[in-house]
Design a protein around this ligand. Structure first.
Ligand code: HEC
Length: 113
């Protein structure tokens, strides 16, 4: 009898553990909301964000300075979001975030094309 009960109990325990973990999913990856670009960019508002946070390095008109020219660079908004979020070379990460990042990306995209 024990030859059947032990494997049967083991099966129940393992099944419960697996299903329990699946339901609990303690290790599911969570993406910080700030890294998701769920914001609609406003290029007009973005121009003032740019003046405050970017112009010091990229020039008031985006033609470059310490940082490379962004005007007429062909760079798109998605790339701007990534660079602003992660930083690149001498440019520090996270200068702006959230709505400000979306707005400044829309502004840069509008002067880049
Ligand atoms: C402290 C100076 C500094 C500030 C402030 C700064 N940047 Fe930069 N940025 C740089 C430098 C330097 C690079 C070039 C990095 C490299 O590739 O080595 C750069 C690169 C970039 C690039 C990538 C250009 C390319 O063609 O790869 C983008 C886009 C950009 N910056 C956008 C912004 C925006 C938007 C802001 C304002 C939120 C900003 N930067 C503020 C210095 C700065």
């Amino acid at each position: 009898m024990a030859r059947l009960v032990v494997p049967a109990l083991a099966l129940v325990v393992v099944t419960a553990a697996v299903l329990g973990l699946a339901r609990w999913h303690p290790f599911s990856p969570t993406v910080p909301a700030a890294t998701l670009n769920v914001f609609e960019g406003d290029p007009v508002r973005g121009a003032s964000v740019f003046a405050a946070s970017c112009a010091g390095c990229h020039g008031a008109d985006g033609t470059g300075g310490v940082g490379p020219a962004l005007r007429d660079s062909g760079i798109n908004g998605a790339k701007v979001i990534v660079v602003v979020g992660t930083g690149q070379g001498a440019m520090p990460a996270g200068l702006v975030s959230g709505q400000d990042a979306a707005d400044v990306a829309a502004h840069v995209a509008s002067i880049a094309k």
